[in-house]
Design a binder for this molecule. Structure first.
Ligand code: MOS
Length: 726
C-alpha cells in the first residue's frame, strides 16, 4: 500500500482501542522472567559453547603477533578464533565505519581481536586473559578541543546559509555569542549485546539483540560474504537499545565465526566494560551559537556551528540539525565540522543530533531571553515558525509548539516561578525553574507485516519489527484488533524474526508510526480477501466488529471464514513523495523545578513536566513511558553522564555503571506528561508520529536553565558537576 496523500476521516478517528491507555501485553512475560533475552535462549540451539572476547588494549596501530597456545591449553577450552586467521572482511557500507572483526589493523581501543570458546563462561574468560598480543602502536588524534581551535570560524562549507547572517548579526539590537560543550554518552542499556550462532547445512541462525533485523541480516551477509537468504536473525525481546543495537556488532560476528569453525552453537556476550569502548557511543560536541534579535524579541540572525569526533569515514553528530527548522529568523548560518579521531566509533544514540544540539540551543535561547528581558516562554513563542525557515514554500504538516509551551506553562504553574536568579529559597535549598523547547523529526519508512486469521477467530500478526522496551507488541495488537474488529486478546503479535516480513524496525523514532501503518496495510489486504470470499465488490462496504464481518444484512464470524484453513494476507506500506513535500516533525516543551543545596551544591530535581505534540498518541501508557524514560535520560545528560576521554591513550576510562552514572528512581520524584490532542494526517494512515526520542530532546537544557535560575551561575558544559558551578 502506498501512503501518498493526507489520511482522510477513518476508523482510527473514532477508535475503540487505538488511543486507549493499554498496559503492555508483554508486561507479564517481562516481569516474570519469561521473555528470554538473547543470552538466555538456552533452548535455541543444542550444546551451546561460550565465547569470551579478547579486545585490543591500544587505540590505534597493527597487530604484529598473537600467541593463543596458553589459552588453547586452558581447562575447558574448545578453540580460539583470531582476527589474524580470519583476515579482513568486507564492512557493510552505511552501517558502521570500523571493522567489527578481522585483519591486523586496530582502529580503536577494545576492538574485538579474538574470541576464546570454552564449555563455560568462567573457563572462556580465564583463558581469554592468557592470549598474548603484540602491537605496533601508531600515535592517534584524540583531542577534540585542539581540532575545534583550528576549525572554528571556518564557514567556507556551510550546511546551510540563508540571507546574510553576518550583516544581520552586526545590526541586531541584542546579540549572544557563546560556546557549549556536550560530552560523549554511552547508551548503557540494561541488556548488553549478546548473540548465539548456529550453522546447519551452510545456513546460519543468529539469536541476538538487535533493533533492525533486516539491517543486521544484510550486514551479516556482507561481512561473511554469503547469501542473505541463508541467514536467519531472531530477536523477539530486547533489553534496551537506544541506538546501540541499530547495527550488527562484534558479538554476532564472533559467535558466527566461532560456531562455523568449531561446528557447535556458540554464544558471545559483550561484558559491560566492552559496551563502553567496543560498541558505539554518542560523540562529544563543541557548539558555538550566535543569535541576534530586535528589541521586541524577534530573531533576525541565527548561527549554529558544531564539531564532533568521528572515525575516518564517519559522518559525525548532526548537532546543528534542529536549528535549521526550529525557530524563525531571516538570516541563518549552519556549519558542521568533523574531527577525525581514532576513538571508538561514534554513532547514533537516542535522538542523534537533536539530543546534543538542543542541549546547547535551548540554553542559548534562555540566555537570549534574559538579555531581552523576556519570559523565556514568550521569547520562544514569538519566534515560532509555521514554515521551513530555509525554504518558506515548505510548511510543517502539523506544528503546535506554541501550544506545547502554553499548555505546559499553565499545567506547571510557570506564572509563579522564580524570576530572579538565586532569588528563591526554601530552607537550605535555592529553588530554580527552567524551560526548554524540543524538536525532533517525525520520519516514517517502508514497513511490512503478515496477518493470519485462524479458525478460532484469532489473528496472528508477524513482522520483523522489534520491541526494544517501547511497546511495539501492544500498539501492533491494538492496530490489528482495531482494523479487524476483534478484541485485543484475540490478536497474537510475533516480532523480531527475519522469517517475517521486513518492517521499519526500531530507530529514529520511526518505529511506531511505520510499523502500525504496515500492520494496517496487511489488515486491509485481509479485508479485501474476505470481501472476495463474500463476493462483495467494494471491501469498504464491509464493517468489522465483535469478531464478525457485516455485509449488508449478512453477518459472518471471522472464525467461520477460516474454517477451511487460515487466511493469510501480507502487505507493506510505503510512503510517497508527498510526505517529503512538508516538514513532518514532533515538538515538546519541558519544564523543570529543582533545588540546589546552599551548603553542598547538590542538585535535587523536584518536578518535571513535558507537553508533547506528536500526532495521534496510539497508546498513552506506552507513549508516556517513552517520554518519562527520555526525561530521565535527559537528567542524566544534564547532571551525571560523561564518557570522559583519555586524550593521551585514546579511550573512555568509564568501563561500568559505577564510573558512568545514570539517574535512579530516587533522583526523579515527579514527572508529568501532557499529550496535545493532535493528529497529523500527513504522517501515516493512523495520523501518528513517534515520541521515543522527543522525550529526551531539550530536557538537559531545561535542567541547566533551572540550575541557572536557582543559583545565578550559568554552566555551558555538561554534565553540570559541582566543580562547574560552586
Ligand atoms: Mo535510535 S539512535 O535511531 O535507536
Amino acid at each position: 500500500m502506498q501512503f501518498n496523500q493526507p489520511a482522510g476521516d477513518n476508523l482510527f478517528d473514532n477508535a475503540r482501542l487505538i488511543g486507549r491507555p493499554t498496559p503492555r501485553i508483554d508486561g507479564p512475560l517481562k516481569v516474570s522472567g519469561q521473555a528470554p533475552y538473547a543470552y538466555e535462549r538456552h533452548d535455541a540451539a543444542e550444546g551451546q559453547l561460550v565465547g569470551y572476547p579478547v579486545v585490543s588494549t591500544i587505540a590505534q596501530g597493527r597487530i604484529t603477533g598473537m600467541d593463543t597456545s596458553a589459552a588453547e591449553a586452558a581447562p575447558g577450552v574448545i578453540g580460539v578464533v583470531t582476527t589474524l586467521e580470519v583476515g579482513e572482511m568486507p564492512t557493510p557500507s552505511g552501517m558502521h565505519t570500523a571493522p567489527l572483526f578481522g585483519g591486523a589493523e586496530v582502529w580503536h581501543y577494545h576492538q574485538a581481536i579474538a574470541v576464546v570458546v570454552a564449555e563455560s563462561f568462567e573457563q572462556a574468560r580465564a583463558a581469554a586473559a592468557l592470549v598474548k598480543v603484540d602491537y605496533d602502536v601508531t600515535k592517534g588524534s584524540f583531542d577534540l578541543e585542539a581540532v575545534w581551535q583550528q576549525k572554528k570560524d571556518d564557514n567556507s562549507e556551510p550546511v546551510a546559509r540563508v540571507g546574510d547572517f553576518e550583516t544581520a548579526y552586526q545590526a541586531a539590537e541584542v546579540t549572544l555569542d557563546q560556546e557549549y560543550r556536550t560530552p560523549s554518552h554511552s547508551h548503557a542499556m540494561m541488556e548488553p549485546h549478546a548473540s548465539i550462532a548456529e550453522w546447519q547445512d551452510g545456513k546460519l541462525t543468529v539469536w541476538t539483540s538487535n533493533q533492525m533485523i533486516e539491517w543486521g541480516r544484510q550486514s551479516l551477509a556482507t561481512t561473511l560474504e554469503m547469501d542473505a537468504d541463508d541467514i536467519r536473525v531472531d530477536s523477539p525481546y530486547i533489553g534496551g537499545g537506544f541506538g546501540a543495537k541499530l547495527f550488527l556488532r562484534a558479538d554476532a560476528v564472533m559467535a558466527a565465526l566461532a560456531a562455523r569453525k568449531l561446528q557447535r552453537a556458540v554464544k558471545v556476550m559483550l561484558p559491560r566494560p566492552m559496551v563502553m569502548n567496543n560498541t558505539t557511543h554518542r560523540a562529544s560536541t563543541i557548539q558555538r551559537i550566535r543569535i541576534g534579535a530586535q528589541a521586541d524579541g524577534k530573531i533576525t540572525a541565527i548561527a549554529h556551528e558544531a564539531i564532533s569526533h568521528t572515525l575516518p569515514g564517519g559522518s559525525g553528530e548532526d548537532a546543528v540539525d534542529q536549528t535549521r527548522k526550529f525557530y524563525a529568523g531571516d538570516n541563518r548560518l549552519i556549519v558542521k565540522h568533523l574531527a577525525e579521531m581514532h576513538l571508538p566509533e561514534a554513532n547514533a544514540m537516542r535522538a542523534p543530533g537533536e539530543a546534543s544540539g538542543l542541549m546547547a540551543l535551548e540554553i542559548a535561547m534562555d540566555e537570549m531571553a534574559e538579555k531581552l528581558g523576556m519570559d523565556p516562554v514568550e521569547f520562544r513563542t514569538v519566534n515560532d515558525t509555521q514554515v521551513d525557515p530555509e525554504n518558506p514554500d515548505r510548511t510543517f504538516s502539523d506544528r503546535h509548539f506554541v501550544e506545547c509551551l502554553r499548555q505546559g506553562a499553565e499545567a506547571f504553574g510557570w506564572v509563579s516561578r522564580n524570576t530572579t536568579p538565586g532569588g528563591m529559597r526554601d530552607g537550605q535549598w535555592l529553588i530554580g525553574h527552567g524551560v526548554a523547547g524540543a524538536y525532533r523529526g517525525g520520519p516514517a519508512t517502508t514497513s511490512g507485516a503478515r496477518v493470519r486469521l485462524q479458525d478460532t477467530g484469532r489473528i496472528i500478526v508477524e513482522t520483523d519489527m522489534t520491541d526494544i522496551g517501547t511497546g511495539s507488541y501492544t500498539i501492533l495488537a491494538q492496530t490489528v484488533a482495531e482494523t479487524m474488529g476483534v478484541d485485543l486478546d484475540a490478536v497474537e503479535v510475533r516480532l523480531g524474526d527475519s522469517d517475517f516480513p521486513v518492517s521499519a524496525g526500531s530507530g529514529g523514532q520511526w518505529g511506531a508510526a511505520s510499523s502500525t501503518a504496515g500492520a494496517y496495510a496487511a489488515c486491509i489486504a485481509l479485508r479485501e480477501q474476505i470481501a472476495e470470499r463474500l463476493r462483495v465488490n467494494d471491501p469498504e462496504t464491509l464493517s468489522f466488529a465483535n469478531g464478525a464481518v457485516n455485509a449488508g444484512e449478512k453477518q459472518v464470524t471471522l472464525a467461520s471464514l477460516a474454517a477451511d484453513g487460515e487466511l493469510v494476507a501480507e502487505d507493506s506500506i510505503s510512503f510517497g513523495d508527498f510526505r517529503d513535500e512538508q516538514v513532518v516533525s514532533t515538538f515538546a516543551a519541558h519544564f523543570v523545578e529543582l533545588g540546589v543545596h546552599v551548603g553542598t551544591g547538590e542538585i535535587r530535581l523536584r518536578r518535571m513536566l513535558a507537553a508533547c505534540d506528536a500526532g495521534r498518541i496510539l497508546n498513552p501508557v506506552t507513549a508516556r513511558s517513552q517520554v518519562i524514560g527520555g526525561m530521565v535520560m535527559g537528567v542524566g545528560a544534564a547532571m551525571m553522564e560523561e564518557m570522559a576521554i583519555d586524550t593521551g591513550r585514546g579511550y573512555f576510562p568509564a568501563h561500568d555503571l559505577a564510573g558512568y552514572e545514570v539517574p535512579v528512581h530516587m533522583d526523579i520524584p515527579s514527572q508529568e506528561v501532557i499529550f496535545l490532542d493532535t493528529v497529523d494526517p500527513a504522517s501515516s494512515p493512523l495520523k501518528a508520529k513517534g515520541v521515543g526520542e522527543l522525550g529526551l530532546c531539550g530536557v538537559a537544557a531545561a535542567v541547566a536553565n533551572a540550575v541557572y535560575n536557582a543559583t545565578g551561575v550559568r554552566v555551558r558544559s555538561y554534565p553540570m558537576t559541582l566543580d562547574k558551578y560552586l
